[in-house]
Design a protein around this ligand. Structure first.
Ligand SMILES: [Zn+2]
Length: 196
């Protein structure tokens, strides 16, 4: 099933007098949509209580929620302390996704900064493996990391070849990697990096 929906609330939602994200679930259903991306672009700042309320309304209105992890994540950063921050962002996003009733976390995996692209990709692969282990340890292995590639400068993940390099042996399923240019929620598929 392919699902469609917005990331965040549109201006028209607020213009119609709505204020809260839980209210968006019925609003989306009335528009014929069935997915919603909760964006934590600038940090994970949703209480468990609010997430549970949104989840309740999402279920009632047949909306599947996914989460976008903070933009600050950079698994290509060789600094161990900075990588720890990236893992924390992924874990806290996965926790929120779980309470929201979702099981997918979109992650901008990393940027190459000044290093060679191959080195950045290697670090990203290692980082994703580590993130998966940490999700498992946290009891969140059912939450899928959806690496998102972007075509803009400074990103180590050009479309679409590099995304496949994160998923060796899984070429046929490479639609599981989320591309900014292909934001159809249903295309995410399962976490493909399990085969790393
Ligand atoms: Zn994104």
């Amino acid at each position: 099933m392919i699902r469609f929906g917005p990331s965040g609330n549109s201006e028209s939602f607020y213009a119609q007098g709505y204020k809260h994200t839980y209210q968006a679930m019925e609003w989306l259903e009335n528009m014929g949509l069935n997915a919603y991306e909760y964006s934590f672009g600038r940090g994970v700042n949703l209480s468990d209580e609010s997430a549970a309320l949104i989840a309740k309304y999402a279920a009632a209105h047949h909306i599947k929620i996914s989460v976008h992890a903070p933009y600050f994540i950079n698994l290509a950063n060789p600094d161990p302390e900075k990588r720890e921050h990236s893992y924390d962002y992924i874990l806290s996003s996965a926790h929120a996704a779980d309470i929201l009733g979702g099981d997918r976390v979109v992650v901008h995996v990393g940027a190459e900064m000044k290093m060679q692209r191959d080195e950045a990709l290697r670090l990203c692969r290692e980082g994703l493996k580590e993130a998966l282990l940490r999700l498992k340890d946290a009891g969140l292995s059912h939450v899928h990391i959806c690496p998102e590639t972007r075509a803009n400068a400074g990103c180590p993940l050009p479309l679409p070849g590099a995304s496949r390099r994160f998923c060796p042996g899984e070429k046929q399923k490479s639609q599981g990697v989320n591309h900014d240019s292909i934001r159809a929620f249903g295309q995410f598929g399962k976490l493909l990096c399990a085969g790393l």
